[in-house]
Design a protein around this ligand. Structure first.
Ligand code: NDP
Length: 292
Protein backbone atom coordinates (compact mmCIF):
# COMPACT_ATOMS: atom_id res chain seq x y z
CA UNK A 1 0.00 0.00 0.00
CA UNK A 2 1.42 3.36 -1.07
CA UNK A 3 0.97 5.30 2.16
CA UNK A 4 3.38 7.98 0.87
CA UNK A 5 0.55 9.19 -1.38
CA UNK A 6 -1.59 10.11 1.63
CA UNK A 7 -1.36 13.84 2.34
CA UNK A 8 -3.09 16.48 4.41
CA UNK A 9 -5.63 16.80 1.59
CA UNK A 10 -6.59 13.12 1.40
CA UNK A 11 -10.34 12.60 1.99
CA UNK A 12 -11.79 9.72 3.99
CA UNK A 13 -14.70 7.38 3.23
CA UNK A 14 -15.78 5.17 6.14
CA UNK A 15 -17.52 1.82 6.39
CA UNK A 16 -19.64 1.70 9.57
CA UNK A 17 -20.98 -1.69 10.60
CA UNK A 18 -20.76 -4.40 13.24
CA UNK A 19 -18.97 -6.59 12.32
CA UNK A 20 -17.07 -4.56 9.71
CA UNK A 21 -13.65 -6.17 9.27
CA UNK A 22 -14.73 -8.96 6.87
CA UNK A 23 -16.02 -6.53 4.23
CA UNK A 24 -14.51 -6.45 0.73
CA UNK A 25 -15.55 -2.79 0.33
CA UNK A 26 -12.21 -1.31 1.54
CA UNK A 27 -10.33 -3.41 -1.03
CA UNK A 28 -12.77 -2.50 -3.80
CA UNK A 29 -12.85 1.27 -3.20
CA UNK A 30 -9.12 1.68 -2.46
CA UNK A 31 -8.26 -0.19 -5.68
CA UNK A 32 -10.58 2.16 -7.58
CA UNK A 33 -9.19 5.30 -5.87
CA UNK A 34 -5.64 4.19 -6.71
CA UNK A 35 -6.47 3.26 -10.29
CA UNK A 36 -8.14 6.61 -10.99
CA UNK A 37 -5.66 8.68 -8.95
CA UNK A 38 -8.34 9.96 -6.56
CA UNK A 39 -6.91 11.41 -3.35
CA UNK A 40 -9.08 9.45 -0.93
CA UNK A 41 -8.92 6.40 1.34
CA UNK A 42 -11.66 3.97 2.45
CA UNK A 43 -11.45 2.49 5.95
CA UNK A 44 -13.68 0.04 7.85
CA UNK A 45 -14.82 0.83 11.40
CA UNK A 46 -16.47 -1.66 13.74
CA UNK A 47 -19.02 0.55 15.49
CA UNK A 48 -20.76 -0.22 18.79
CA UNK A 49 -24.46 0.62 18.90
CA UNK A 50 -23.96 3.44 21.43
CA UNK A 51 -21.35 5.09 19.21
CA UNK A 52 -23.28 4.97 15.95
CA UNK A 53 -24.74 8.49 16.13
CA UNK A 54 -21.28 9.90 16.91
CA UNK A 55 -19.85 7.99 13.94
CA UNK A 56 -22.45 9.62 11.67
CA UNK A 57 -21.66 13.07 13.11
CA UNK A 58 -17.97 12.47 12.36
CA UNK A 59 -18.75 12.45 8.63
CA UNK A 60 -19.37 16.20 8.76
CA UNK A 61 -16.93 17.07 11.53
CA UNK A 62 -14.07 15.31 9.68
CA UNK A 63 -15.24 16.61 6.28
CA UNK A 64 -15.38 13.07 4.92
CA UNK A 65 -16.49 12.30 1.35
CA UNK A 66 -19.12 10.04 2.89
CA UNK A 67 -19.61 6.51 4.15
CA UNK A 68 -21.17 3.13 3.64
CA UNK A 69 -23.28 1.68 6.42
CA UNK A 70 -24.19 -1.96 6.83
CA UNK A 71 -25.75 -4.38 9.31
CA UNK A 72 -27.22 -3.62 11.77
CA UNK A 73 -27.38 0.13 11.08
CA UNK A 74 -29.03 0.54 7.67
CA UNK A 75 -32.38 1.65 9.13
CA UNK A 76 -31.06 3.75 12.03
CA UNK A 77 -28.74 5.62 9.66
CA UNK A 78 -31.72 6.69 7.54
CA UNK A 79 -33.20 8.59 10.50
CA UNK A 80 -29.97 10.63 10.90
CA UNK A 81 -29.83 12.03 7.34
CA UNK A 82 -30.60 15.59 6.16
CA UNK A 83 -31.92 14.32 2.81
CA UNK A 84 -32.77 10.97 1.21
CA UNK A 85 -32.87 9.69 -2.35
CA UNK A 86 -36.27 8.53 -3.62
CA UNK A 87 -35.31 4.86 -3.54
CA UNK A 88 -33.86 5.15 -0.01
CA UNK A 89 -37.18 6.65 1.14
CA UNK A 90 -39.14 3.81 -0.42
CA UNK A 91 -36.79 1.06 0.83
CA UNK A 92 -36.66 2.54 4.34
CA UNK A 93 -32.92 1.88 4.76
CA UNK A 94 -29.64 3.29 3.45
CA UNK A 95 -26.22 1.84 2.70
CA UNK A 96 -24.49 4.96 1.34
CA UNK A 97 -24.03 8.47 2.73
CA UNK A 98 -22.76 11.39 0.68
CA UNK A 99 -21.51 14.50 2.48
CA UNK A 100 -22.17 17.43 0.19
CA UNK A 101 -22.50 21.16 0.83
CA UNK A 102 -22.83 20.61 4.57
CA UNK A 103 -25.58 18.00 4.22
CA UNK A 104 -25.71 14.25 4.80
CA UNK A 105 -27.59 12.61 1.94
CA UNK A 106 -28.68 8.97 2.31
CA UNK A 107 -28.91 6.57 -0.64
CA UNK A 108 -29.56 2.87 -1.02
CA UNK A 109 -27.47 1.35 -3.80
CA UNK A 110 -28.20 -2.36 -3.08
CA UNK A 111 -31.19 -2.47 -5.45
CA UNK A 112 -29.26 -0.39 -8.01
CA UNK A 113 -26.51 -3.04 -7.85
CA UNK A 114 -29.07 -5.80 -8.45
CA UNK A 115 -30.52 -4.05 -11.54
CA UNK A 116 -27.04 -3.23 -12.86
CA UNK A 117 -26.04 -6.89 -12.62
CA UNK A 118 -29.22 -7.90 -14.52
CA UNK A 119 -28.25 -5.39 -17.21
CA UNK A 120 -24.70 -6.75 -17.29
CA UNK A 121 -26.14 -10.20 -18.01
CA UNK A 122 -28.46 -8.73 -20.68
CA UNK A 123 -31.56 -9.74 -18.72
CA UNK A 124 -34.68 -7.80 -19.68
CA UNK A 125 -36.81 -6.99 -16.65
CA UNK A 126 -39.07 -4.14 -17.76
CA UNK A 127 -42.67 -5.39 -17.93
CA UNK A 128 -41.63 -8.80 -16.56
CA UNK A 129 -42.82 -10.92 -13.61
CA UNK A 130 -40.41 -11.82 -10.80
CA UNK A 131 -40.63 -14.16 -7.83
CA UNK A 132 -38.52 -13.10 -4.83
CA UNK A 133 -37.78 -15.46 -1.94
CA UNK A 134 -37.31 -13.46 1.28
CA UNK A 135 -38.48 -10.12 2.62
CA UNK A 136 -35.36 -9.01 4.55
CA UNK A 137 -33.07 -6.06 3.89
CA UNK A 138 -31.64 -7.29 0.58
CA UNK A 139 -35.05 -8.44 -0.68
CA UNK A 140 -36.73 -5.09 0.06
CA UNK A 141 -33.98 -3.14 -1.74
CA UNK A 142 -34.21 -5.47 -4.77
CA UNK A 143 -38.02 -5.41 -4.84
CA UNK A 144 -38.29 -1.60 -4.52
CA UNK A 145 -35.64 -0.91 -7.17
CA UNK A 146 -37.13 -3.49 -9.55
CA UNK A 147 -40.57 -1.91 -9.05
CA UNK A 148 -39.14 1.61 -9.60
CA UNK A 149 -37.33 0.42 -12.74
CA UNK A 150 -40.36 -1.05 -14.52
CA UNK A 151 -40.93 -4.66 -13.39
CA UNK A 152 -44.67 -5.37 -13.82
CA UNK A 153 -45.41 -7.91 -11.09
CA UNK A 154 -43.47 -9.24 -8.08
CA UNK A 155 -44.46 -12.30 -6.04
CA UNK A 156 -42.71 -12.18 -2.66
CA UNK A 157 -42.43 -15.28 -0.44
CA UNK A 158 -41.47 -15.26 3.24
CA UNK A 159 -42.29 -17.41 6.24
CA UNK A 160 -45.38 -16.11 8.07
CA UNK A 161 -43.80 -14.17 10.93
CA UNK A 162 -43.13 -10.61 12.11
CA UNK A 163 -41.09 -9.84 8.99
CA UNK A 164 -43.98 -11.07 6.82
CA UNK A 165 -46.34 -8.63 8.60
CA UNK A 166 -43.84 -5.76 8.29
CA UNK A 167 -43.53 -6.30 4.56
CA UNK A 168 -47.30 -6.70 4.17
CA UNK A 169 -47.73 -3.19 5.62
CA UNK A 170 -45.18 -1.81 3.15
CA UNK A 171 -46.87 -3.11 0.00
CA UNK A 172 -49.42 -0.27 -0.52
CA UNK A 173 -46.60 2.33 -0.54
CA UNK A 174 -44.58 0.37 -3.13
CA UNK A 175 -47.64 -0.13 -5.33
CA UNK A 176 -48.68 3.51 -5.07
CA UNK A 177 -45.18 4.87 -5.81
CA UNK A 178 -44.32 2.50 -8.67
CA UNK A 179 -47.50 1.01 -10.16
CA UNK A 180 -45.91 -2.43 -9.88
CA UNK A 181 -48.15 -5.24 -8.62
CA UNK A 182 -46.60 -6.71 -5.45
CA UNK A 183 -48.14 -9.79 -3.82
CA UNK A 184 -46.90 -11.41 -0.60
CA UNK A 185 -47.27 -15.17 -0.01
CA UNK A 186 -46.33 -17.75 2.61
CA UNK A 187 -42.99 -19.40 1.75
CA UNK A 188 -44.33 -22.64 3.18
CA UNK A 189 -47.14 -22.84 0.58
CA UNK A 190 -45.30 -25.06 -1.93
CA UNK A 191 -48.13 -25.25 -4.45
CA UNK A 192 -48.44 -21.48 -4.69
CA UNK A 193 -44.66 -21.07 -4.86
CA UNK A 194 -44.43 -23.52 -7.76
CA UNK A 195 -47.26 -21.77 -9.63
CA UNK A 196 -45.73 -18.30 -9.17
CA UNK A 197 -42.28 -19.44 -10.36
CA UNK A 198 -43.81 -21.09 -13.42
CA UNK A 199 -45.41 -17.75 -14.42
CA UNK A 200 -42.21 -15.78 -13.65
CA UNK A 201 -39.37 -14.64 -15.90
CA UNK A 202 -36.90 -14.30 -13.02
CA UNK A 203 -36.57 -16.15 -9.69
CA UNK A 204 -34.54 -14.33 -7.03
CA UNK A 205 -33.27 -15.90 -3.84
CA UNK A 206 -32.88 -13.12 -1.27
CA UNK A 207 -32.98 -15.44 1.74
CA UNK A 208 -29.78 -16.63 3.37
CA UNK A 209 -30.67 -20.27 2.56
CA UNK A 210 -27.63 -21.74 0.78
CA UNK A 211 -25.09 -19.38 2.30
CA UNK A 212 -23.85 -21.62 5.10
CA UNK A 213 -25.55 -24.97 4.58
CA UNK A 214 -25.53 -26.68 1.18
CA UNK A 215 -29.30 -26.45 0.77
CA UNK A 216 -31.72 -24.92 -1.74
CA UNK A 217 -34.95 -23.04 -1.00
CA UNK A 218 -36.54 -24.93 -3.94
CA UNK A 219 -37.60 -28.58 -3.62
CA UNK A 220 -39.55 -29.07 -6.85
CA UNK A 221 -37.06 -28.93 -9.71
CA UNK A 222 -39.90 -28.95 -12.27
CA UNK A 223 -40.24 -25.17 -11.65
CA UNK A 224 -36.95 -24.49 -13.46
CA UNK A 225 -38.48 -23.87 -16.89
CA UNK A 226 -35.93 -23.13 -19.65
CA UNK A 227 -36.83 -19.43 -19.91
CA UNK A 228 -36.41 -18.82 -16.19
CA UNK A 229 -33.47 -16.72 -15.05
CA UNK A 230 -32.33 -17.72 -11.57
CA UNK A 231 -30.60 -15.07 -9.48
CA UNK A 232 -29.07 -15.73 -6.07
CA UNK A 233 -28.12 -12.69 -3.94
CA UNK A 234 -25.58 -14.93 -2.22
CA UNK A 235 -22.01 -14.53 -3.56
CA UNK A 236 -20.18 -16.83 -1.16
CA UNK A 237 -20.35 -19.67 -2.16
CA UNK A 238 -20.10 -18.58 -5.78
CA UNK A 239 -22.52 -21.28 -6.91
CA UNK A 240 -25.21 -22.17 -4.39
CA UNK A 241 -27.23 -25.38 -4.48
CA UNK A 242 -30.08 -23.36 -6.04
CA UNK A 243 -27.86 -22.16 -8.89
CA UNK A 244 -26.53 -25.70 -9.43
CA UNK A 245 -30.08 -27.10 -9.70
CA UNK A 246 -31.14 -24.36 -12.11
CA UNK A 247 -28.03 -24.66 -14.28
CA UNK A 248 -28.61 -28.41 -14.76
CA UNK A 249 -32.12 -27.58 -15.99
CA UNK A 250 -30.71 -25.13 -18.55
CA UNK A 251 -31.60 -21.83 -16.84
CA UNK A 252 -29.36 -18.78 -16.99
CA UNK A 253 -27.93 -18.41 -13.47
CA UNK A 254 -26.42 -15.31 -11.81
CA UNK A 255 -24.84 -15.02 -8.36
CA UNK A 256 -24.72 -11.98 -6.05
CA UNK A 257 -21.16 -10.88 -6.83
CA UNK A 258 -22.34 -8.48 -9.55
CA UNK A 259 -24.88 -6.95 -7.15
CA UNK A 260 -22.15 -6.50 -4.54
CA UNK A 261 -19.74 -4.86 -6.97
CA UNK A 262 -22.33 -2.64 -8.67
CA UNK A 263 -23.77 -1.40 -5.34
CA UNK A 264 -20.19 -0.32 -4.60
CA UNK A 265 -19.80 1.19 -8.06
CA UNK A 266 -22.97 3.24 -7.59
CA UNK A 267 -21.74 4.51 -4.19
CA UNK A 268 -18.29 5.27 -5.66
CA UNK A 269 -19.88 7.37 -8.40
CA UNK A 270 -21.97 9.28 -5.85
CA UNK A 271 -18.81 10.21 -3.88
CA UNK A 272 -16.46 10.91 -6.79
CA UNK A 273 -18.66 11.54 -9.88
CA UNK A 274 -16.38 8.97 -11.57
CA UNK A 275 -17.15 5.48 -12.90
CA UNK A 276 -15.59 2.68 -10.91
CA UNK A 277 -13.32 0.44 -13.06
CA UNK A 278 -15.65 -2.51 -12.52
CA UNK A 279 -13.87 -5.07 -14.70
CA UNK A 280 -10.54 -4.46 -12.97
CA UNK A 281 -12.12 -4.69 -9.53
CA UNK A 282 -13.95 -7.92 -10.40
CA UNK A 283 -10.80 -9.52 -11.72
CA UNK A 284 -8.73 -8.54 -8.65
CA UNK A 285 -11.40 -9.67 -6.22
CA UNK A 286 -11.98 -12.98 -8.02
CA UNK A 287 -8.22 -13.63 -8.19
CA UNK A 288 -7.90 -12.90 -4.50
CA UNK A 289 -10.80 -15.22 -3.59
CA UNK A 290 -9.26 -17.96 -5.70
CA UNK A 291 -5.85 -17.34 -4.10
CA UNK A 292 -4.18 -16.31 -7.39
P1 NDP B 1 -31.95 -10.36 6.48
O1 NDP B 1 -31.59 -10.95 7.78
O2 NDP B 1 -32.45 -8.97 6.42
O3 NDP B 1 -33.06 -11.32 5.78
C1 NDP B 1 -32.90 -12.70 5.73
C2 NDP B 1 -34.01 -13.31 4.88
O4 NDP B 1 -33.74 -14.71 4.75
C3 NDP B 1 -35.39 -13.18 5.49
O5 NDP B 1 -36.36 -13.04 4.51
C4 NDP B 1 -35.53 -14.52 6.23
O6 NDP B 1 -36.85 -14.92 6.40
C5 NDP B 1 -34.89 -15.45 5.23
N1 NDP B 1 -34.44 -16.70 5.84
C6 NDP B 1 -33.33 -16.89 6.58
N2 NDP B 1 -33.26 -18.20 6.97
C7 NDP B 1 -34.35 -18.81 6.45
C8 NDP B 1 -34.85 -20.14 6.48
N3 NDP B 1 -34.19 -21.11 7.14
N4 NDP B 1 -35.99 -20.43 5.83
C9 NDP B 1 -36.66 -19.46 5.17
N5 NDP B 1 -36.25 -18.17 5.09
C10 NDP B 1 -35.11 -17.85 5.73
O7 NDP B 1 -30.66 -10.54 5.55
P2 NDP B 1 -30.30 -9.78 4.20
O8 NDP B 1 -31.54 -9.46 3.48
O9 NDP B 1 -29.35 -8.71 4.49
O10 NDP B 1 -29.48 -10.92 3.40
C11 NDP B 1 -30.14 -12.01 2.76
C12 NDP B 1 -29.13 -12.69 1.83
O11 NDP B 1 -28.75 -11.79 0.79
C13 NDP B 1 -27.84 -13.12 2.53
O12 NDP B 1 -27.49 -14.39 2.05
C14 NDP B 1 -26.82 -12.10 2.09
O13 NDP B 1 -25.54 -12.64 1.97
C15 NDP B 1 -27.34 -11.70 0.71
N6 NDP B 1 -26.98 -10.31 0.39
C16 NDP B 1 -26.29 -10.09 -0.77
C17 NDP B 1 -25.93 -8.82 -1.12
C18 NDP B 1 -25.16 -8.60 -2.38
O14 NDP B 1 -24.70 -7.49 -2.61
N7 NDP B 1 -25.03 -9.59 -3.23
C19 NDP B 1 -26.28 -7.66 -0.28
C20 NDP B 1 -27.02 -8.01 0.92
C21 NDP B 1 -27.34 -9.30 1.22
P3 NDP B 1 -37.53 -15.13 7.87
O15 NDP B 1 -38.20 -13.83 8.18
O16 NDP B 1 -38.50 -16.22 7.66
O17 NDP B 1 -36.42 -15.48 8.83
Amino acid sequence: MKKQNISGYTRLVGFFASPARHSISPKMHNLAFDHLGIDAVYLAFDIEENDFETAIQSISSLNMLGANVSMPYKQTALTLMDELSDSAKLIGAINTIVYKEGKLIGHNTDGIGFIASLKENKVTYIGKTITVLGAGGAAIAMICQAALDGVKKIHVFNRKNERYLQFYKKIPEIVERTGCQVILHDLEDDGLLNGCILESDILVNATSIGMVENRSPIYNEAVFHPNLIVYDAIYEPKETKLLQQAKIKGCLTINGLGMLIYQGAAAFELWTQKKMPVELIKEKIMNEKEGK
